[in-house]
Design a protein around this ligand. Structure first.
Ligand code: NAD
Ligand code: WQD
Length: 346
């Protein structure tokens, strides 16, 4: 299949492009580079040996999106392009709703117009809110009270309604748990700008000496050791989950959790990272972070039964690959604040 990957220069999108190419598909990337770098396209080529057509466009711009559909015959779209910082979404709700909802509607509109009938959407476990664990797809949603989570729940609703009204349009809503790690080459990975919000990139930056110590947000939760528990999933497993979702997409709307089904605490992750990489992660315990919940992990059985997909990489691989990317010389070119990038338009 030939797949349009929006946000394909980003963290999960770039790994998914590699997994799609590995599985024999071809990809076209559309990204405005608001949270990624054009060099990632070169890295993807280095890994796969394939040229990837790249459109430096904003997918909230229908005219720009339409050009991609006119210039390429496509079998499906995977829509990663979105803004994802929970805290920033509280400060800039309009920016988040506009970007995340309008991009989804523009892409769906182009798909319907050009007869592209497969649509895979990046949703998030955040839509479950503070539910009972494990989170299962049939649960009533309680998006956390932030515009980011709401934008994911609303996008799910919009795509579901469109699919119901257009029976040939098939939608897969993928709810990711906590993606971590990097491609095993060390060439692509997670390179956040500024101070990382998420645990694993913060840990790798402490290991690299870029940050003095990890701050653990609370050790008084009702969990195994008092620290928050999450379902960390290797980004290449997640990427392969997209390939499975695309290849097994049936008519209608289908929702899948993409997680491992296992919970890991912050302290367990820190220990695993230290052991896997032979480095020390100094930390201090501080106050709980506002909006955090004690624990969540997936019931991952539906994806296994219906897609034949299951996460296979363990916590050691996640820690080792995250550190390989952070510590490899190649990463240096990707990290730091984003400057102006020169992009040749496809
Ligand atoms: P990322 O920021 O690395 O990638 C997103 C990409 O989309 C970036 O390259 C960015 O430049 C691009 N983009 C954003 N808005 C755009 C627009 N209007 N037009 C064109 N390009 C645009 O983030 P990621 O971690 O790879 O996340 C990908 C998707 O998965 C997002 O939708 C995110 O909400 C979702 N998700 C991520 C996580 C996570 O923990 N990383 C968890 C659940 C869901
Ligand atoms: C994991 C654990 C923290 C940083 C977020 C979004 C969610 C999804 C994934 C997009 C928690 C603790 C963290 C630190 C810490 N993204 N922690 N010190 O909060 O589960 O999910 O990213 O959809 O929507 O909310 O992930 O990596 O931030 O935190 O102690 O410096 O690590 O308290 O227990 P989270 P995270």
């Amino acid at each position: 299949m030939r797949i349009l990957v929006t946000g394909g220069a980003g963290y999960i999108g770039s790994h998914t492009c590699v997994a799609l190419i590995d599985a024999g598909h071809s990809v076209i990337v559309a990204d405005n580079l608001c949270n990624s770098r054009v060099e990632v396209l070169d890295r993807m080529k280095e890994i796969t040996g394939k040229d990837i057509p790249f459109y430096h466009i904003d997918v909230t711009d229908y005219v720009a999106v339409e050009r991609v559909f006119v210039e390429h015959e496509m079998d499906g779209v995977i829509h990663f392009a979105g803004l994802k910082a929970v805290g920033e979404s509280v400060e800039k709700p309009l920016f988040y709703y506009y970007n995340n909802l309008v991009s989804t509607m523009i892409l769906a509109k182009a798909c319907l117009h050009y007869g592209v009938n497969r649509f895979v959407f990046s949703s998030s476990a955040t839509v479950y809110g503070d539910n009972e664990v494990p989170f299962v797809e049939t649960m009533k949603l309680k998006p956390r009270m932030n515009p980011y989570g709401e934008s994911k729940a609303m996008s799910e609703q919009i795509l579901s309604d469109i699919a119901r009204a257009n029976p040939s349009f098939s939608v897969s809503l993928l709810r990711y748990f906590n993606p971590v790690g990097a491609h095993e080459s060390g060439l692509i990975g997670e390179a956040p700008n500024g101070i990382p919000n998420n645990l694993m990139p913060y840990v790798t930056q402490v290991a690299a000496g870029k940050r003095e110590k990890l701050r653990i947000f609370g050790d008084d939760y009702p969990t195994i050791d008092g620290t928050g528990v999450r379902d960390y999933i290797h980004v290449m497993d997640l990427a392969e989950g997209h390939v499975a979702a695309l290849e097994n997409l049936l008519e209608g709307v289908h929702i899948y959790n993409l997680g491992t089904g296992r919970g890991t605490s912050v302290l367990e992750l820190v220990k695993a990272f230290e052991e896997a990489n032979g480095v020390e992660i100094p930390f201090e315990v501080v106050e709980r972070r506002a909006g955090d919940i004690a624990e969540f992990y997936a019931d991952a059985s539906k994806a296994e039964q219906e897609l034949g997909w299951k996460a296979k990489r363990d916590l050691v691989a996640m820690c080792r690959d995250a550190w390989r990317f952070e510590s490899s010389a190649g990463t240096l070119a990707l990290s730091g604040t984003l400057g102006t990038v020169n992009v040749s338009h496809s």
